[in-house]
Write a protein of this length. Structure first.
Length: 558
């Protein structure tokens, strides 16, 4: 697959200024400038964030009323139900809020909807559960901002809702008792990109201030907040950087029982954000995909290591099952793809609904076309859509909305449901919409590169400084470099299953450095006979028998 290499540009005056005032190399200054850092003070906040940099939670619209409503419920011994979605952001939110409020009141429980019976967000079944069990206050996390009908129903049952959400509101917001969402109109909160768990954290922070409790009571949950930040792919800048910076410290030094149990499976001494995203988050998600997400909350609220390990064993089985199902469905789905079309729509009545989103992503990786994967049951097809570079798959689906039962989502990912008898018409209509909308630039993924350097510029000092840029994520990705006209020393070889990967020893000005190119085994022919190549990569460290060596993680070769 051809990738577009886009080398970012930075202001040379700012680079020079940073290099002089911080006494750092031009490479480091360039990387900082790309991250919006222009002076010493901003650099200091970036490298040494402080918890005191967190914003006043009472700047968030409705925070005061939310805190007072919780206090009223505690004083009057009302039953409080903590409600959250079945994904990582939802389950970490529920675990955090439940464990915090459990210290304040015994009249508390939690509820996570079933992915298959109730679907996403606040359900009528969940409200009925609250009513039948005498809960008069529901704190909803990572959902609810568009649950107008559900909140109206809850109001008829005299159940108050406090909604903590971070998704974009529609024009009409629910008639809840209190809504916390920095993206609300007229909300003066300075940072708009919190995760759902992050919004819940601000409520806990506010409650601590209101009740004059130590803020450490809130900071105890930074490991969970950080897991949500990594899994929900929110920007790691501003307030999220502060939360993630200290959350990663907590994950490595003194995590909660549930998080520590999860990290043990990773067998890594130094947990990084990539471990959170690719190791911890999929396991938490697996519970809701294969069984019930309540199991993930059970683990994250657990205080006893023995019981936590028992729950983790079940989640590990769920995760193994998820991997097997995902692999089989992906293979089956790939066999159904009509590669002559500009879009992909595949479906089956034998597939598992819980993994269709992952399968759609896998198909996009292979074919790089707007993709929809659907599961058929009882005459209805339900599933997920995934998109490609800058293509608005939501808009393409919207052009077919007259054929759908319901749909929702955003530019790069969406969900939809359709009656079986309309599927062939939908496939043709969607193909027409994609064909009209898609442009050449949509057909190749972009590879964003921080800057061009020589591999001879790479040393342990540069690597150590780059590690201080962590935690990495959107707006602060692990730096990517390009080096041109380098050669392999003659030791290039294909490695791994089906020779899928490539192992190289890169030579530049007679200095060598080892490199691994995952998934690029087919580019072996470009690297032999000491052909000059351009490489795009990030820098890593490989440890073997106590020896640490720098290594390039190659992302593409031209």
């Amino acid at each position: 697959m051809i990738k577009n290499w886009i080398i970012k540009d930075a202001d040379k005056d700012i680079i020079n200024e940073l290099s002089q005032t911080l006494n750092v190399s031009e490479i480091v200054a360039h990387l900082l400038a790309l991250r919006g850092i222009q002076n010493f003070e901003q650099a200091k906040k970036f490298f040494r964030p402080k918890l005191s940099d967190l914003h006043d939670p009472f700047l968030m619209k409705n925070m005061n009323s939310a805190v007072k409503r919780i206090e009223h419920a505690i004083v009057n011994k009302e039953k409080i139900l903590v409600y959250g979605d079945y994904d990582v952001d939802g389950t970490t939110s529920v675990s955090m809020m439940f464990n915090f409020l459990k210290k304040q009141t015994a009249e508390i429980d939690y509820y996570v909807p079933c992915r298959y019976e109730e679907g996403y967000g606040i359900s009528l079944k969940g409200i009925d559960y609250a009513y039948n069990n005498n809960f008069s206050l529901i704190i909803a996390l990572d959902c609810g901002i568009r649950a107008n009908k559900q909140i109206e129903y809850a109001n008829t049952k005299q159940i108050d809702f406090i909604i903590c959400d971070h998704h974009t509101p529609s024009n009409k917001i629910p008639s809840a008792y209190s809504i916390l969402n920095p993206k609300q109109k007229d909300c003066q909160y300075p940072y708009k990109h919190l995760s759902g768990c992050g919004v819940g954290f601000k409520l806990i922070q506010a409650f601590c201030i209101y009740k004059n409790l130590p803020l450490d009571e809130a900071y105890a949950f930074l490991d969970l907040v950080t897991v949500s930040i990594g899994a929900d792919i929110v920007p790691i800048d501003g307030e999220n950087r502060v939360l993630a910076f200290y959350g990663m410290q907590k994950i490595n030094l003194n995590p909660s029982v549930g998080v520590k149990t999860l990290t043990k499976v990773l067998k890594s001494k130094d947990i990084k954000m990539s471990d959170v995203i690719f190791g911890i988050a999929p396991r938490i998600n697996a519970a809701g995909r294969i069984d019930h997400a309540k199991k993930a909350v059970d683990l994250l609220v657990e205080k006893d290591f023995a019981r936590a390990n028992l729950i983790l064993n079940e989640i590990e089985k769920n995760n193994d099952t998820r991997k097997e199902i995902e692999k089989k469905i992906t293979e089956d789905a790939v066999s159904k793809v009509d590669n002559l079309k500009k879009s992909i729509v595949v479906y089956s009545n034998k597939w598992h609904k819980g993994v269709v989103g992952i399968v759609a992503s896998r198909i996009v990786e292979k074919f790089y076309k707007p993709t929809i994967v659907l599961v058929e049951k009882d005459g209805m097809l339900v599933g997920s859509a995934r998109s490609v570079n800058k293509f608005d798959v939501y808009e393409a689906i919207n052009k077919c909305s007259h054929l759908l039962e319901k749909f929702g989502g955003h530019k790069y990912a969406a969900g939809l449901s359709i009656k079986k008898e309309k599927i062939n018409l939908f496939i043709n209509t969607f193909e027409d919409a994609v064909s009209q909308m898609i442009k050449p630039e949509h057909l190749h993924p972009n590879l964003h590169i921080d800057m061009q350097i020589k591999t001879t510029d790479i040393n342990h000092k540069l690597y150590r400084i780059i590690q201080q840029f962590a935690p990495f994520g959107p707006t602060n990705m692990n730096p990517v470099f390009v080096s041109k006209k380098v050669i392999d020393s003659g030791h290039a070889k294909q490695v791994g299953e089906d020779k899928a990967h490539l192992k190289l020893n890169i030579l530049d000005d007679h200095k060598s450095i080892s490199a691994i190119a995952f998934g690029l085994g087919t580019k072996y022919d470009k690297t032999i006979n000491k052909n000059e190549i351009d490489i795009c990569y990030s820098i890593s460290e490989n440890e073997w028998n106590g020896n640490k060596k720098l290594q390039l993680l190659i992302k593409d070769i031209k």
